[in-house]
Design a binder for this molecule. Structure first.
Ligand SMILES: [Zn+2]
Length: 473
């Protein structure tokens, strides 16, 4: 190797160093440092949350064991889980086993899937920087990449050698042959992750995490709607909100794959940055919780004449006493013609319309990042993104652009401050979005938004009149 070394430059990111062959360059993307930093921040939070959950589980079990021994004489307790299916009972057993496997001392395992593990930089950073990670498996189906990765593992010394494995493999086959085995699966392919989703959702342990990047933004943002439909099972719309819609299409697609195996997802963080989207979701198994999936999905009606859009939920529930019935959603939620401008609607989706972040997680990740500021090369960027995300309205899908509203009305734009206070005065909530600095999320219905805009136009006109009068005096 020594004679080769002059052909390499050393690139250091975080705690990891990789050798970069000058002649035969393995794909190294500097912009991905944001992605890697954010993933490390989420991983650190995940490790500590898992430990908390594990501790809580143990004490709960201990308590119930104590109760059981106390109550032995008092007859059997009411079977709480009687309405749940057999699978759910299986699930709770399964969960216990998993928790036992991942004892506090036993570190988490991470599988870095097709990663274009290329240099192995991501795997090396995970292994070296995140405390509590026991094993990282880096997979790539490109021989040169795997060789480069193995070289870099050695170059990073004993910790890396003991924790990181690199395999030449089709990640799909590897994941399918390791069901419910990894605490974290990180999909970071070049392009669309769609072909990996089905095996990835099966490879994560219950309560584990799936991290997934999609860089095919042109597809997810409606450049070729039919391609998006074939890859993700959802039709994109070309609205200002398309990047958030991309996140929601990816989440809906992951949920759909998870559902096939009686599993469901809970998103903890969903980010659009640079040229990609990345989601962090936890995966659980439960046939009864899975019934809620249609409540978390919606079609989107986007008016082709103005900025109005409306969400059409796929399912609804009806409560009768203590029982809940699952029913198809009431529709259509919009008339044939837009009530604001009279034009027709395009229909997109289905998208994930439930929250895309868990605000408690976002706070934890952000606090973690702030407390280890100098460990994150992309600190400024990721702390800014996480701060904006922490201020997003969690329960409002998609957003409006003030500029577009004004372009539609052919008026000058009110300042964001004026618009925000008008919405709040009307009794609704409003926030920004990390996806677009000009985007505004609000739970105000479209007709309220248009009323506010018409008032603004009227104010502009009356100001104009005042000026004219002033001129005449
Ligand atoms: Zn319209």
């Amino acid at each position: 190797m020594a004679e080769d070394l002059q052909d390499y430059t050393v690139i250091k990111e975080g705690e990891a160093e990789i050798l970069m062959n000058v002649k035969n360059q393995v794909f190294f993307n500097k912009a991905q440092v944001n992605n890697r930093d954010l993933s490390i921040a989420v991983l650190r939070t995940f490790v500590s949350k898992r430990q908390e959950e594990h501790g809580a589980m143990l004490s709960k079990r201990k308590k119930s064991a104590e109760k059981a021994s106390e109550k032995d004489a008092s007859g059997p307790a009411v079977e709480e889980a009687s309405t749940e299916s057999a699978l759910d009972n299986g699930k709770s057993n399964g969960e216990c086993e998993v928790h036992e496997e991942i004892s506090q001392d036993e570190p988490c395992s991470v599988s870095e899937e097709p990663a274009l593990s290329a240099s192995g930089l991501r795997a090396l950073r995970y292994a070296r920087e995140v405390e509590g990670i026991g094993k990282v498996v880096a997979l790539d189906n490109d021989k040169a990449s795997v060789e480069a990765c193995q070289k870099n593992i050695k170059f990073n010394g004993s910790v890396a050698i003991s924790k990181v494995e690199s395999h030449l493999a089709d990640a799909r086959v590897y994941m399918l042959t390791h069901p419910k085995e990894f605490d974290v699966v990180d999909l970071d392919p070049y392009g669309s992750p769609s072909v990996f989703l089905d095996s990835a959702v099966q490879s994560v342990v219950d309560g584990g995490m799936l991290m997934c990047t999609a860089t095919d933004m042109a597809v997810l943002c409606g450049g070729n709607g039919e391609v998006c439909y074939s890859k993700y099972g959802s039709y994109p719309l070309r609205g200002k909100y398309c990047h958030e819609m991309a996140l929601r299409i990816l989440l809906a697609s992951i949920e759909s794959h998870a559902n096939r195996y009686k599993r469901y997802i809970v998103p903890v963080l969903s980010v659009q940055m640079n040229f990609y989207v990345r989601v962090f979701v936890r995966v659980y198994t439960s046939a009864s919780a899975m019934k809620n999936t249609p409540l978390k999905l919606s079609y989107v009606y986007q008016c082709i004449g103005c900025d109005s859009y409306h969400l059409q939920p796929i399912g609804r529930t009806m409560s009768k006493g203590s029982s809940v019935r699952y029913l198809p959603g009431f529709g259509p939620i919009v008339p044939q013609e837009c009530s604001d401008c009279g034009k027709k609607y395009n229909m997109g989706g289905p998208i994930w319309s439930a929250p895309i972040h868990d605000q408690e997680w976002v706070t934890s990740v952000l606090e973690g990042v702030k407390s280890m500021k100098d460990q994150y090369p992309a600190y400024d960027r990721i702390s800014a993104v996480l701060t904006t995300i922490s201020e997003e309205l969690p329960d409002v899908p998609l957003f409006l652009s003030l500029h577009n509203l004004c372009a539609t009305l052919k008026c000058t734009s009110p300042s964001a401050v004026i618009f925000r206070s008008a919405v709040i005065n009307a009794g609704y909530r409003i926030s920004g979005t990390h996806v677009n600095p000009l985007g505004l999320k609000s739970d105000a219905p479209m007709d309220v938004i248009w009323d506010i805009m018409r008032c603004w136009v009227a104010v502009c006109l009356s100001v104009l009149h005042l000026f004219l009068l002033w001129d005449m005096v």
